[in-house]
Design a protein around this ligand. Sequence first.
Ligand code: NAP
Length: 259
Amino acid sequence: MDLGIAGKKGIVGGASSGLGKACAMALAREGVELTIVARTEANIVAAAQEISSKTGVRVIPVAADINSDEGRAATLAACPQPDIIVNNSGGPPTGNFRDWDRAAWLDAINNNMLGAIFMIKDTVDGMIDRKFGRIVNITSSAVKAPISILGLSNSARAGLTGFVAGTSREVAKHNVTINNLLPGDFETERHTSNTKAMAKVQGRTYEEMKAIRTAAVAAGRFGDPAELADLCAYLCSVQAGFITGQNMLIDGGKYPGTF
Ligand code: NAP
């Protein structure tokens, strides 16, 4: 299927590893010219070179904190008129709500709610003018089924979800869509470190914890980031113009509900 987005310009956050890098690769395969962002310069430059050499598209690396005003400005200086945005960065730390002070909460709200909201604010009117826009926010299955040690994620991402629910309906008539992707368990660096944190809390080994987490997934395995990335690319396609304001769970059947 030709997704119809070759030559479009896209921004992908948190793209030097894990889900963000996979999304960047999937969009580049469709011919999207990319600006990709992560804080560690050597890693984002290496990711840009890898994606560019595998796909032949132009990939601009930006070493910045995408959730800061300066980082967003540097990103938009490299790609002033994006058609596609994948809002993604790191998740908040695990822990117990009794230990989180105001600064910890404000960090989580900045990184997992406001970063995406300000990126949307700075780009959506240009998309409306150009009559095409596709925005995908990578949130978490924790929005639908909270994970106890990830209270910061459960909460901050729920705020972004509410914003998207309202704003997506406001911009839909201009062929601008905003959707959220809710990953379950995908084998990435972040997932491994969360499994280690859960193992510590429960007094188990990492291997025991990994086996427990795997068994909780109906598919009997963790997801491959490329599986989420292909859905992300589809949501960015011309064909997906009638899908907006949705929260798409991609979790191998782990969530047990009918809907
Ligand atoms: P990951 O493997 O740790 O990758 C995170 C990427 O984001 C790295 O490239 C990292 O590079 C970059 N990054 C982190 N903070 C950033 C910032 N402020 N500005 C720019 N880049 C930043 O994580 P992942 O597993 O792909 O997770 C991506 C997102 O999905 C996270 O929010 C995570 O909580 C969420 N999620 C993941 C899963 C899963 O199973 N993997 C499940 C649910 C939700 P630098 O550190 O160099 O900046």
